[in-house]
Design a protein around this ligand. Structure first.
Ligand code: GDP
Ligand code: IMO
Ligand code: MG
Length: 421
């Protein structure tokens, strides 16, 4: 039995989808435990490309996908993904937690309205209603998967919640009247479509652990978007770190055996907020073009920069990462020189930790160690020693600085472009 957790260590889009798919071949269950369809996980199998926003990536390998209680679900998007996958010949096996909160139409309206009001101070959210849905969960105004399957309960909850939401929408000056009857009809219809999947996933998962099954937890976003440990307030609204998995799936922390931190070989970020190693020059453009760094969910260009060890020290510590998977190493091919940030200069101090104060973060100037670049690498490389010497040096430095072994290296989006160490 193995219970492995796969999480992003940067600002998301590290290649979690590819790595989860790779490890899914040995799994029985693949579990999403936080976030919603703000995520966009890409899986490439031969010439087929799948972009999943809410369905766990393991379904592509025919494994059971579990959507845990910590996830926020837009049922319209989920049903769309199920239909799409089915059309493509993959009928997803799914289990949805009865306790997962549901993204409602007014959440999406409010996400857009808040961002618009903030203007140039906006977060740059995906406008999928994620923040407002998690806010309602915490303030106990949420609607959960179980409620969709029972029209009477749903009606009662909508009667309680909608007047409050209408007031807020009116304050924003938005010309929109929430139509309770329409929502009741549409969402109880979603409930009927999904009812066979909605269940006590926490019980199923704990039984699976007892029975020695293999489980992969699939993180969404990344540590620097965590609501506590990220660049707050420029974060998402959930716990993207390892701790989020036990809360978001209902399993005890002692069951998790390995925590795999996915590290993109450089850094990217979508949306607003500080990115200390951001490159505004030709190298930044090179990484963006070569790495196809355009958002999987919103198609926005991703900002690019050098690898940042201050970030990685922070993220691997908080989550107790036991092994590293380095992705997109191939994107650095062809650069004369590559750099890794080892510390920040903050005013007159050199620091090696990530500050909490966002104005301090904005002032941090990266201090770099420079490495000689390398040319192309063999797409069929099977072991580290097949990689260019300079690339090996780059990897060794990361491993040594973080004191965590690199156990997987990805050198292309496909399944086969993977080196297990
Ligand atoms: P996720 O959100 O962490 O799952 O990552 P995304 O799917 O949003 O973005 C990662 C992108 O990089 C996708 O287009 C992947 O197909 C691609 N990708 C993953 N690993 C590699 C790799 O090692 N090399 C290259 N060139 N592309 C990769
Ligand atoms: P995956 O799982 C990258 C970013 C948004 C924005 C901030 C808040 O594919 O790595 P939200 O809609 O969550 O309130 O937006 O978080 N963001 C992501 N960036 N990858 C993601 O997911 C992201 N999910 C949210 O761009 O800056
Ligand atoms: Mg993504």
């Amino acid at each position: 039995m193995t219970v492995a957790l796969i999480i992003g260590t940067q600002w998301g889009d590290e290649g979690k989808g590819k790595v989860v798919d790779y490890f899914s071949k040995n799994a029985d269950y693949v579990v999403r435990f936080q976030g919603g369809n703000n995520a966009g996980h890409t899986i490439k199998v031969g010439e087929e490309v799948y972009k999943l926003h809410i369905t766990p990536s393991g379904v592509i390998q025919g494994k059971t996908g579990v959507i845990g209680n910590g996830v926020v679900i837009d049922p319209e998007i989920l049903i769309g993904e199920i239909e799409n996958l089915t059309k493509r010949g993959i009928k997803p096996k799914l289990l949805i937690s009865d306790r997962a909160n549901i993204i409602m139409p007014y959440h999406k309206i409010l996400d857009g309205a808040e961002e618009q009001l903030l203007g140039d101070k906006k977060i740059g959210t995906t406008k999928r209603g994620i923040g407002p849905c998690y806010s309602d969960k915490i303030s106990r105004n949420g609607i959960r998967a179980t409620d969709l399957t029972d029209k009477k309960t749903l009606n009662k909850l909508l009667e309680r919640i909608i007047p409050v939401k209408q007031k807020i929408i009116d304050i924003y000056g938005i010309d929109h009247t929430i139509n309770k009857e329409k929502i009741l009809d549409v969402y109880s219809n979603y409930g009927q479509r999904l009812k066979d999947f909605i269940t006590t996933t926490h019980i199923e998962l704990n039984k699976a652990i007892q029975n020695g099954k293999d489980i992969i937890f699939e993180g969404a976003q990344g540590t620097m978007l965590d609501v506590d440990y990220g660049t707050y307030p420029y974060t998402t609204s959930s716990h993207t770190i390892a701790g989020g998995s036990t809360i978001g799936a209902g399993i005890g922390p002692k069951h998790i055996e390995s925590i795999i931190g996915i590290v993109k070989a450089y850094t990217t970020r979508v949306g607003e907020g500080p990115l200390p190693t951001e490159l505004f020059d030709k190298t930044g453009e090179y990484l963006q073009q070569k790495g196809h760094e355009f958002g999987t969910t919103t198609s926005r260009p991703r900002r690019c920069g050098w690898l940042d060890l201050v970030v990685l020290r922070h993220s691997t510590m908080i989550s107790g990462v036991t092994q590293l998977a380095i992705t997109k190493l191939d994107v650095l091919n062809g650069l004369k020189q590559v750099k890794i940030c080892t510390k920040y200069q903050l005013n007159d101090r050199k620091i090696d930790f990530f500050p909490a104060n966002i104005e301090d973060v904005k002032k941090c100037k990266p201090i770099y160690k420079e490495f000689e670049g390398w040319g192309e690498m063999d797409k069929d490389a099977e072991k580290i020693s097949d990689l260019p010497k300079e690339a090996q040096k780059y990897l060794k430095f990361i491993e040594k600085e973080l004191q965590i072994p690199i156990t997987l290296i990805s050198i292309g989006p496909g399944r086969t472009e993977t080196i297990e160490v």
